[in-house]
Design a protein around this ligand. Structure first.
Ligand code: GLN
Length: 232
């Protein structure tokens, strides 16, 4: 608590979307993941206490935008659209998109999903990536509230493919050896992007977080976390 640490700058209210393994997810009911551990290290380094709540993607974004939450972390991509309504930390992770599909589909490039049913998480850059291929609001694009629901639809056959962040795709395929799915990346179709911690516009915490992130990069803590979660 704030009282137990007399050096604390106060208690921040943090929101996450724990449907995004290996960045933010629930392990036996407890929040876990690279983002969860990075956040903890950043908060300690920056001198803040924090409370963290797992909410849905849309509520997470809304509560940061209206200032109910002080910040959010959940593999959130930095982009110009969002910069209009939010501030971001410096980038902390590079990402791109992958296509996950049921074994047997002949998919070797982004173009190959043009005539298929594609599942995405609504309001994400994965949804935008799919819309770039099929067309905005194309009827063959099924938008779900969570990435986990898009994967369930792939398993049940409601969609033929899912477009999502590459590392999240890797984790899903690794954790579901019986799902009979494959995945591809296609650098000609999918751009690289960067995750940042999300703040309300004008937040005074952003600078402290950026300073802490920089320290964690310089002192090797970031590399330790990276190796733990993504190392070979
Ligand atoms: N990186 C993607 C985005 O920001 C997805 C993030 C997520 O689903 N948690 O749109």
């Amino acid at each position: 608590s704030a009282q137990s640490d007399k050096n604390s700058k106060g208690t921040l209210s943090v929101v996450t979307e724990a449907g995004f393994a290996p960045f933010s997810y629930l392990d036996k009911g407890e929040l876990a993941g690279f983002d969860i551990e990075l956040l903890d290290a950043v908060m300690k380094e920056a001198g803040y206490d924090y409370d963290i709540q797992n909410v849905g993607w849309e509520s997470m974004l809304a509560s940061v935008q209206n200032g109910e939450a002080d910040l959010a972390i959940a593999g959130i991509t930095i982009n110009d659209d969002r910069r209009e309504s939010y501030d971001f930390s410096s980038p902390y992770f590079e990402s791109t998109h992958k296509i996950v599909f049921r074994e047997g589909e002949n998919i070797t490039s982004g173009e190959d999903i043009q005539d298929l049913k594609v599942g995405v998480q609504a309001g994400t850059t994965g949804a935008e990536a799919a819309e770039k291929i099929l067309g905005a609001n194309h009827p063959n694009i099924a938008k779900y509230d969570a990435n986990t629901l898009a994967f369930m639809s792939l398993q049940s056959g409601d969609v033929d493919a899912v477009v999502t962040d590459n590392v999240v795709a890797n984790e899903y395929v690794k954790n579901n050896p019986d799902a009979k799915v494959e995945m591809i990346e296609d650098p000609d179709t999918f751009d690289s992007e960067f995750y940042g911690i999300l703040f309300p516009k004008g937040s005074e915490v952003t600078e402290d977080v950026n300073t802490a992130l920089q320290t964690l990069i310089e002192n090797g803590t970031y590399a330790e976390l990276y190796d733990k979660w993504f190392g070979a």
